[in-house]
Write a protein that binds this ligand. Structure first.
Ligand code: GDP
Length: 359
């Protein structure tokens, strides 16, 4: 039996742990309130167009931590009613074609006219190699100094799907912060062009004029996606080749059926380095916007893109859930063996696993 002294020590201990617990929960409540206040401040900052707040909000979206899921939802749903009011321009081209030089010139031109310009990048290389084709070098040194420009280095993520989602969400945040022109850049390799095409209103393909057949090595799909092809570095000794390339691309574009939106894709020459042709490109984009806004295709395209991203996100989530399912992980190798030894067909096996996953 504990002595009265011990008893009181125990009681003390108990009340100590009580007060410890209540101190901890009080601290937790305080910290939750603090976080909530922080999130509200962050949202207000974004809506006021504060670039630091916008940067922090994008960093929050990019964080993969489950702890932030609710905060991310709050930020996005608060920004959504203020989004969608920009013109989204996709720009693609192989490394070295002059994307950053071009974007800087176009961005400077637009900020001078009073536009607020945000530059985002979709760079699948950063998810593969952890290095980045787009983000690493110091780029757009003049544009970065413009108060009305916001440049966000590449999001890194585990997959192109992840990068795409974050870019889509970042677009919404930039729009909510009052940026009315979005330049979304990607490297002309792999699937990233399709991704950027599916989140922008106008899609620009930057090309170089080279010797020989200009159309070699260019994927048919990319030409089909392009609303304009810009032959960059049309200067000095390149000029002759550039003019030839323009003729070739023009005749290639004519082989495609006319687009329903009333726009026939254009080929333009530019020298981003010398700031030549940039004005023309902007006039062309403005003309395009005028046409598709008046015939309803601007809104149609955005509606289709929203539908695409809805189904895409569902498919991505289902796939992830399927492959992360413990039963599937355990049974998959066995089932695969049975397929290889011709005991069951791949289709039967797929049916079996899908039923097992109970999605
Ligand atoms: P990116 O990798 O596509 O972003 O290409 P950059 O913008 O970094 O440009 C690659 C190189 O090409 C740089 O040395 C630029 O100065 C140069 N460059 C860009 N645009 C032009 C141009 O219009 N004419 C010429 N001659 N060089 C250019």
């Amino acid at each position: 039996m504990p002595s009265s002294k011990n008893k009181s020590a125990l009681q003390e201990k108990k009340s100590d742990s009580h007060s410890n617990l209540s101190a901890i929960s009080a601290e937790r409540i305080k910290s939750l309130r603090r976080e909530k206040k922080d999130i509200n401040e962050l949202i207000q900052g974004v809506l006021k167009g504060n670039k630091t707040a916008l940067s922090q909000a994008i960093t929050l979206i990019e964080s993969r931590s489950k702890r932030h899921t609710d905060d991310i939802k709050t930020v996005i749903s608060s920004c959504l009613p203020h989004a969608n009011k920009s013109l989204r321009i996709g720009i693609t081209g192989v490394p070295g074609v002059g994307k950053s030089t071009f974007i800087e010139q176009l961005g400077l031109r637009l900020t001078q006219e009073g536009h607020k310009v945000a530059v985002l990048a979709v760079d699948p290389s950063s998810s593969v190699s952890r290095g980045s084709i787009l983000g690493d070098k110091t780029r757009m040194e003049r544009l970065v100094l413009e108060p009305n420009a916001f440049i966000r280095p590449t999001a890194s993520s585990e997959s192109l799907g992840g990068v795409a989602r974050k870019t889509r969400e970042s677009i919404l945040l930039c729009e909510a912060a009052g940026f009315d022109i979005l330049l979304v850049e990607t490297v002309g390799v792999g699937q990233s062009e399709t991704t950027v095409h599916s989140m922008t209103d106008f899609f620009l393909l930057l090309k170089l004029a080279g010797a020989g057949d200009e159309l070699q090595g260019i994927k048919r799909g990319i030409i089909e996606m392009a609303d304009a092809i810009i032959i960059n570095k049309s200067d000095g000794e390149n000029m002759k080749a550039a003019k030839r390339a323009k003729v070739e691309f023009n005749s290639a574009l004519h082989m495609y059926p006319a687009k329903q939106n009333g726009w026939s894709p254009k080929v333009k020459l530019a020298s981003a380095l010398n700031n030549v042709g940039i004005e023309n490109v902007w006039t062309m984009i403005s003309k395009y916007t005028e046409i598709v806004k008046s015939n309803g295709f601007f809104e149609d395209k955005r509606a289709n893109q929203n539908q695409f991203w809805l189904t895409q996100t569902i498919e991505d989530s289902l796939k992830r859930e399927f492959y992360q399912n413990e039963t599937i992980k355990a049974e998959f190798p066995e089932v695969l063996k049975k397929i290889q030894s011709q005991q069951i067909s791949p289709f039967e096996a797929a049916d079996y696993l899908l039923r097992k996953a109970k999605l």
